[in-house]
Design a protein. Structure first.
Length: 128
């Protein structure tokens, strides 16, 4: 096998893996949401993530204000922004954990199926 054949084979296999990943994402999303749409689910998760965001902003503002001997509003504001972003991210991760698990499971199954097909193409089994 020369370099050209190898690169075409590798690119084709990579494309199959990407396609199976995308198919797994769609399958996991549709399997989890069943008749629902993604937008209301994400809107609900966003609304529920506002409380952790507020808590993170308060903690960040306190840490930013009390971190050094020189107390400043800019440090408190910076801490509030960073804390709010961290709290919001943690809240979104927690609220969407079931969807993430469903999508991850379907992606894993889809990619494994593609990998198995590729292996059987390279290593055919003769039952004769």
């Amino acid at each position: 096998m020369n370099a050209m054949e190898w690169s075409k084979s590798s690119l084709g296999y990579g494309r199959k893996l990407v396609d199976s990943t995308i198919a797994g994402i769609h399958s996991g999303e549709h399997g989890f949401l069943e008749e629902g749409r993604l937008t209301p689910y994400v809107a609900t998760a966003t609304r529920r993530s506002l409380c952790p965001s507020a808590i993170g902003a308060i903690v960040g503002a306190c840490c930013g204000y009390l971190a050094t001997d020189r107390r400043s509003a800019a440090r408190a504001l910076g801490g509030a922004i960073v804390g709010g972003m961290a709290g919001f991210s943690a809240g979104m991760l927690w609220e969407t954990r079931d969807l993430t698990a469903s999508v991850g499971s379907c992606v894993r199954k889809s990619v494994q199926r593609t990998r198995d097909e590729h292996w059987f193409e390279k290593n055919p089994i003769d039952y004769a």
